[in-house]
Ligand binder design. Structure first.
Ligand code: C5P
Length: 400
C-alpha cells in the first residue's frame, strides 16, 4: 500500500527522535520513498548521518547551501504527497498553527499543498496546556491530521499523555490516509451517535441500550471517504475514530444544542442522526437522591426536542439522514418517518433480533429514500457503514 508513496519526514527537537530511524526503516521496507528534513534542535538528539543511512538520501538541514543547491525547499514541498512531522514539539505545533516560516521545515509546510500529519511528542503538562490544545484545534480546522500521542511513562519521569506513537501505530495511520477514497472530499458531515441520558436525580438517569457502534462506524467510514467529520456522541464505551472532531454530550438537550451550534458555525453538507435520543425526559431532575418511601412512584415525563426533524426544517439545510430502530413493521414505520420528518434518506434496522442492531458488532439495514430502497445484508457494522456512506454520498451528489 505504501509502495512508491512520497513521504517527507520532518523531525523536530524532542527526545522521541530516537524512535524515528526505526520508523524510517519500516516505511522503506514497505516501499515508501522517504526524504528527511531535520530542524537544528532535532540534530541535538540524533545525527543526520543516522537518518541519511536509513533513508538512503542526504538529510535536509536548516537552509544548508549544499543541499538547497541540489533540491530546494519549494521542490521538496512539491515532491511530497504526505508530510509527516514526527516528533512534533509543542513549539513546532505553535509555529505551524500561526504560519511561521523561520526555518526550512516550517517553510516547506507553508509552501506545500500536500497533506500534513503531525505526530506530537512532549511532556504531559505541555500536551495538556490550553495553548497547545488551542493550537492543535487550529490545525484540525485546517484539516491537518493529528496522530494523537499515547499515554504512559515519559522520558522526563512523569506519566501521562504525550508519548510519540510506536512506529507500527504511525504506519497504520499513514496507511489509513493512503486508503482514503475521495467520494466525500471537501464535504463536512455531522453525525450524532450513542444514547442520551436524562437525569432523575444526581445518581439515576433514563437511557437506552444503544452502544454507539453503528454511529462510530459511520463516522469512520465518512472520514475515510474523504469528509471532514464531526461526531457528537452521548456517553459510550468506545474510542472515537481517528481524525474525527469529537464532542461528547450528556442529555438530548445538550445534543440538540451542540448540533445547532455546529450547524451555525460550519457549512454542514450532510447530517446523519444515528443517536438513540431519549424521546422523553423527567419534567424535574431532583437535586437530592430520591428516597424510596413510596410503594408506587410516578415520574412525569416531557418530550425532548427532535434533533433530526429540527435539522430537516432548516433552510438552507444539509442532506438529512435518519435512523429507525423498530421491533416490527420496519418498512412501514421507516417510510412514515422519512415522510413526517422530511428526510432525504432513512436507514432502518430491526431491533430485538440476536446478533444485529443494538450493541451488536453486526447489523442488517434497509435503506429507503423517496423513490428507491436497498437492503444491506448481515455484515459487520464497519462494512455496513462503508456501504451506507457510499449510498449517502451518491444520493447527496445526485440531489444536492
Ligand atoms: O422518531 P424516532 O425516534 O424513531 O426517530 C429516530 C431518528 O430520529 C434517529 O435518526 C434519531 O437519531 C432521531 N432522533 C432525534 N432526536 C430525537 C429523537 C430521535 O434526532 N429527539
Amino acid at each position: 500500500m505504501l509502495m512508491g508513496k512520497k513521504i517527507l519526514l520532518g523531525m523536530t527537537g524532542g527526545i522521541a527522535a530516537y524512535k524515528i530511524p526505526d520508523l524510517v526503516r519500516r516505511l522503506k521496507e514497505r516501499g515508501a520513498q522517504i526524504r528527511v528534513v531535520m530542524t537544528n534542535n532535532a540534530t541535538q538528539f540524533i545525527t543526520p548521518l543516522t537518518l541519511q543511512t536509513v533513508s538512503g538520501f542526504p538529510v535536509h538541514l536548516d537552509f544548508n547551501p549544499e543541499t538547497e543547491n541540489q533540491i530546494n525547499h519549494i521542490e521538496l514541498a512539491r515532491w511530497a504527497d504526505l508530510i509527516l512531522i514526527a516528533p512534533a514539539t509543542a513549539n513546532f505545533i505553535a509555529k505551524l498553527a500561526h504560519g511561521f516560516a523561520d526555518d526550512l521545515l516550517s517553510t516547506i509546510c507553508l509552501a506545500t499543498t500536500a497533506q500534513i500529519a503531525v505526530a506530537p511528542a512532549m511532556n504531559q503538562q505541555m500536551w495538556k496546556a490550553e495553548v497547545t490544545q488551542n493550537n492543535l484545534n487550529l490545525l484540525k480546522k485546517r484539516s491537518f491530521l493529528i496522530f494523537e500521542p499515547a499515554d504512559g511513562s515519559q522520558a522526563c519521569g512523569e506519566t501521562g499523555k504525550g508519548r510519540l506513537l510506536e512506529s507500527l501505530q504511525i504506519i497504520e495511520l499513514i496507511e489509513i490516509f493512503y486508503t482514503k477514497n475521495t467520494i466525500l472530499k471537501g464535504k463536512t458531515v455531522l453525525i450524532t451517535a450513542g444514547a442520551t441520558r436524562e437525569d432523575l436525580d444526581p445518581v439515576r438517569f433514563i437511557s437506552n441500550r444503544s452502544s454507539g457502534k453503528m454511529g462510530y462506524a459511520i463516522a469512520q467510514a465518512a472520514q475515510q471517504a474523504g469528509a471532514k467529520v464531526i461526531l457528537i456522541s452521548g456517553k459510550t464505551n468506545l474510542t472515537p475514530p481517528q481524525f474525527v472532531d469529537f464532542i461528547e454530550v450528556y442529555s438530548a438537550q445538550e445534543m440538540f444544542d451542540a448540533v445547532m451550534k455546529e450547524l451555525e458555525e460550519l457549512k454542514i453538507n450532510i447530517f446523519i442522526g444515528t443517536a438513540a435520543v431519549a424521546d422523553y425526559r423527567p419534567i424535574r431532575s431532583e437535586n437530592q437522591k430520591i428516597k424510596k418511601n413510596q410503594d408506587i412512584m410516578t415520574i412525569e415525563l416531557e418530550r425532548t426536542p427532535d434533533i433530526l426533524a429540527n435539522v430537516a426544517k432548516l433552510s438552507p439545510r444539509p442532506f438529512v439522514v435518519g435512523f429507525a430502530a423498530e421491533t416490527q413493521e420496519v418498512e412501514k414505520y421507516a417510510l412514515s418517518k422519512l415522510d413526517k420528518k422530511n428526510l432525504d434518506l432513512i436507514a432502518a434496522n430491526q431491533v430485538g433480533i440476536p446478533n444485529q442492531g443494538f450493541d451488536s458488532d453486526n447489523n442488517v439495514l434497509q435503506v429507503f429514500w423517496r423513490d428507491g430502497s436497498i437492503e444491506l445484508p448481515h455484515a459487520p457494522k464497519s462494512e455496513i457503514a462503508k456501504q451506507l456512506i457510499e449510498i449517502i454520498a451518491k444520493r447527496f451528489l445526485m440531489t444536492f
